[in-house]
Design a protein around this ligand. Structure first.
Ligand code: C6P
Length: 422
């Protein structure tokens, strides 16, 4: 496999020593959350065991050490995505909270009645619901970039059509968590800026899997989650251009987000702390810093090459199994796909598929993948099964998945000739 030695990488992940239903564990659900390497687990454990203290408060040694480790993690994140400095890196709980922060702060100030927000038909609920809520509060309007459901992507023409209504904000995913499609967000941002819109990119499924450069994309806002990129849960990132963060009001008030407080007023803290009220998720930040170290050591281009090869391998194998409908771009477009393959074994509910996989020791996700408008309204599917890959997956994991598909077909008596209903 090009890119990296996944067999060697997996040895750093203690979870792969477990057995599920008596079988070696295969994890094909990294789009939901990644597994954690010992380097991340140890960094968190080391903090708790040797320098557990609150940050930005203590003048004693271990508090200073904790503050430095937390701040250093922001420098690492900034460097990973090529942000100018740690001032542009706000820690949140996850992608969802990062997007909500933009909705409650920047958009609350800049979106008025009848203003338009342009999103796309392949968004995750996290990049739909905050805008529907905002639209309801403000009397604004949400429009959708139309997806070519057959091709599983949207083209320049549909982006340009969406921009005709002069949106104030364009908010799109970098990679779909259902179709795996990689969106040319640089081109979207360029077009959106021409009409004066700000651009938010949901990078939940891109930052863990490929080299991302927020400056090159020219994103105004960029959101992602630590737990999908080898880091712990409960820590997410909002990148925003410094000029925007400077203008934006804080959403939560309290400790750490202030420089000074009087009885009837306060001065907000400098960036990025003005958006981080209360005691931070210190171990989360430290764990995320360790995760970034691991990703950098593996090399983002190597990770991408590895996952591209696995995706190609899986798409070729699954094409040879009849009675299975695969979503997303075909194998000759693998350059435009991340390692996410949603599929339907025709005539079998996705939850039954996932149960049979589980009986074989394989974890896959089933359902609408928090993208109901895409899955139900655009693709007309009640539910889908999904396998997704990361640095620790191998061709042999995919072979096991193919055997599990054959087992499902045999249990439910699905013929190779079964056809999709839609
Ligand atoms: N998708 C999946 O199984 P949070 O939950 O905030 O860390 O991430 C939300 C999110 C936002 N955008 C995209 C494109 C995503 O894929 C996700 C999370 C997981 O596909 C859980 S639903």
């Amino acid at each position: 496999m090009p890119g990296l030695d996944a067999e060697k990488v997996r040895r750093d992940f203690p979870i792969f020593r477990i057995k599920v239903n008596g079988k070696p564990f295969v994890y094909l659900d990294s789009a939901a959350t990644s597994q954690k390497p010992k380097q991340v687990i140890n960094a968190i454990s080391r903090y708790y065991k040797t320098y557990n203290a609150n940050i930005h408060r203590g003048v004693y040694q271990i508090s200073e050490k904790a503050t430095e480790a937390y701040e250093e993690s922001k420098r690492k994140v900034a460097s990973l995505i090529n942000a100018a400095s740690l001032e542009e890196i706000v820690y949140t709980r996850n992608t969802t909270e990062s997007i909500n922060l933009v909705a409650l702060s920047w958009a609350e100030q800049n979106i008025a009645k009848n203003d338009r927000i342009l999103i796309s038909e392949l968004e995750h609920h996290s990049n739909i619901v905050p805008w529907l809520m905002l639209a309801k509060r403000k009397g604004a309007i949400v429009d959708y970039i139309k997806l070519d459901a057959k091709l599983c992507k949207f083209d320049d023409a549909s982006v340009e059509k969406g921009l005709e209504k002069n949106p104030k904000l364009v908010a799109v995913s970098h990679c779909s968590n259902v179709l795996g499609t990689i969106i040319d967000v640089k081109s979207v941002a360029k077009k959106a800026h021409v009409v004066g819109a700000k651009v938010l990119i949901d990078g939940a499924q891109s930052v863990p899997h490929m080299r991302v450069d927020v400056k090159e994309i020219d994103a105004d806002f960029f959101a992602f989650s630590g737990h999908k990129m080898l880091g712990p849960a409960g820590i997410g990132v909002l990148y925003a251009k410094k000029s925007l963060l400077e203008e934006m009001p804080p959403v939560l008030g309290g400790g750490d987000m202030i420089r000074s407080v009087e009885h009837f007023g306060f001065t907000a803290n400098e960036l990025p702390w003005k958006f981080e009220a209360g005691t931070a998720n210190i171990e989360g930040g430290i764990g995320l810093g360790a995760a970034v170290d691991c990703l950098k050591k593996l090399g983002m281009d190597n990770i991408r090459a590895h996952e591209r090869a696995l995706t190609k391998y899986a798409l070729e194998r699954i094409a040879g199994v009849g009675g299975v409908d695969v979503c997303g771009l075909p194998v000759n477009h693998v350059d435009n796909r991340v390692g996410v393959i949603a599929f339907e074994i025709l005539g079998v509910h996705a939850h039954d598929v996932a149960s049979v996989f589980d009986s074989e020791g394989i974890a896959v996700r089933a359902g609408h993948h928090c993208a109901m408008p895409l899955v139900v309204e655009t693709l007309h599917k009640p539910a889908l099964s999904r396998m997704s890959f990361y640095v620790y997956n191998t061709e042999s994991d995919i072979d096991r998945a193919m055997d599990a598909i054959r087992k499902v077909k045999s249990i439910f008596k699905i013929k190779d000739s079964a056809r999709a209903r839609v």
